[in-house]
Write a protein that binds this ligand. Structure first.
Ligand SMILES: NC(=O)c1ccc[n+]([C@@H]2O[C@H](COP(=O)([O-])OP(=O)(O)OC[C@H]3O[C@@H](n4cnc5c(N)ncnc54)[C@H](O)[C@@H]3O)[C@@H](O)[C@H]2O)c1
Length: 348
């Protein structure tokens, strides 16, 4: 039986990847120490999701390891020597990082290096997939000319009609400390590909979402917005008139891309992975979609101050990945995503 190592296995993406590869016949080894509960408090606790994995999968083995534990990670990979590595463990919040800069960098940059070097020593031929983020582009997307439409912002420059491509600069802009620690991890993953020839891949995520997200105010846009709607809780809109645009991709479409990459790995690749323009929405458009489904009015308050370094409009140009992997495409539409999250939160 082939083995896959998934770091951050109790998180949104990690848990989806575990389930997906398990269905493809893999023995799944998950690493997660529930650090999300440390980063975000009890609302971020992912134990419910770990319990679900352990219940639903016969071939899931959990390892309560911290990716910052260098020797622990080196020893673990030397023993396991997995056929595939998917690295999703992270401090994932743009805003949270400023309060915990050492934890953020130690996790996102140094933790990534620990796993990369352990992989190089133990199984350099195994595909290594890293979850990066669109925040590596910092706030440079905000310098593209924009037009204001009734419910959203959009690019007013035809060269970005399909969204932001991978060739966009990651340099000389405001990233947030989170964006900077993710740049370090992203560049290091590319380097292990280019320098050592390892089959590495960075996926620069837009808004990744799905029913298994433990959404909190500082991370998990749609999941948290829907939670607020269902509980009648106030949702804070930070600046840009609530017309800021995010592209949303279901975690299952993320896992399907990873599987496609593993079937046909490449070296040192970088892809922007989001929902693309078709799966994009502004905050106001998300409110409208959710209200229509739940019949509940979204309670919100407008704060006239955008989050520092936040994108006004961002959607991914998916053409590079579709060219390299023509059998892959988005299969879950935005309305379907919203419906699934509403249903899951109703029943959780
Ligand atoms: N969700 C998004 O919208 C989004 C967008 C772009 C990029 N990403 C990236 O995708 C990846 C996964 O995001 P997610 O939404 O699944 O996050 P998540 O917080 O749901 O999952 C991450 C998991 O990693 C675990 N973890 C954190 N630090 C750890 C450590 N030191 N040792 C072991 N486990 C640790 C957490 O407990 C958590 O379960 C991250 O790299 C994130 O930056 C996410």
């Amino acid at each position: 039986m082939k083995t896959i190592l998934v770091t951050g296995s109790a998180g949104l993406i990690g848990s989806e990847v575990c389930g997906f590869f398990h269905c493809q016949g893999y023995e799944v080894h998950g690493v997660d120490n529930n650090q999300r509960a440390v980063f975000f408090g009890p609302q971020g606790d992912t134990r419910w999701n770990l319990a679900r994995l352990q219940k639903e999968m016969h071939h899931y083995v959990h390892h309560e390891l911290d990716i910052r534990d260098r020797q622990g990670i080196l020893d673990f990979l030397a023993t396991l020597r997995p056929a595939v590595i998917v690295h999703t463990a992270a401090q994932p919040s743009h805003d949270r990082a400023a309060a915990i800069p050492f934890d953020d960098f130690d996790t996102n940059a140094v933790g990534t290096l620990n796993i990369l070097e352990a992989a190089r020593r133990a199984c350099p031929e195994s595909p290594f997939i890293h979850m990066s983020t669109n925040k590596v582009y910092g706030d440079l997307p905000n310098t593209i000319g924009l037009k204001e439409l009734p419910t959203r912002w959009d690019y007013d420059d035809p060269s970005f009609a399909n969204g932001i491509p991978e060739s966009f600069s990651i340099d000389q802009s405001k990233h947030s400390l989170f964006g900077a620690s993710k740049v370090a991890g992203d560049v290091m993953v590319q380097e292990y590909g280019r320098y050592f020839g390892m089959p590495t891949c960075c996926l620069r995520g837009g808004c990744l979402t799905g029913p298994n997200h433990t959404g909190v105010e500082l991370h998990g846009f749609l999941s948290y917005l829907i939670k607020c709607n269902l509980e009648g809780r106030e949702y804070k809109i930070f600046g840009y008139k609530g017309k800021q645009v995010r592209d949303n991709i279901h975690s299952e479409d993320v896992a399907r891309f990873m599987f496609a990459f593993v079937q046909k790995p490449r070296v040192a690749e970088v892809y922007n992975l989001g929902g693309g323009k078709d799966n994009s929405c502004s905050i106001h458009e998300a409110f409208a979609m959710v209200e229509k489904l739940t019949g509940k009015k979204q309670v919100s308050v407008y704060v006239d101050q955008p989050r520092s370094g936040d994108h006004i409009c961002y959607y991914s140009d998916l053409r590079k990945m579709k060219t390299h992997y023509p059998n892959w495409d988005i299969t879950i539409s935005l309305p379907q995503i919203v419906e699934e999250i509403v249903l899951a939160q109703h029943t959780r």
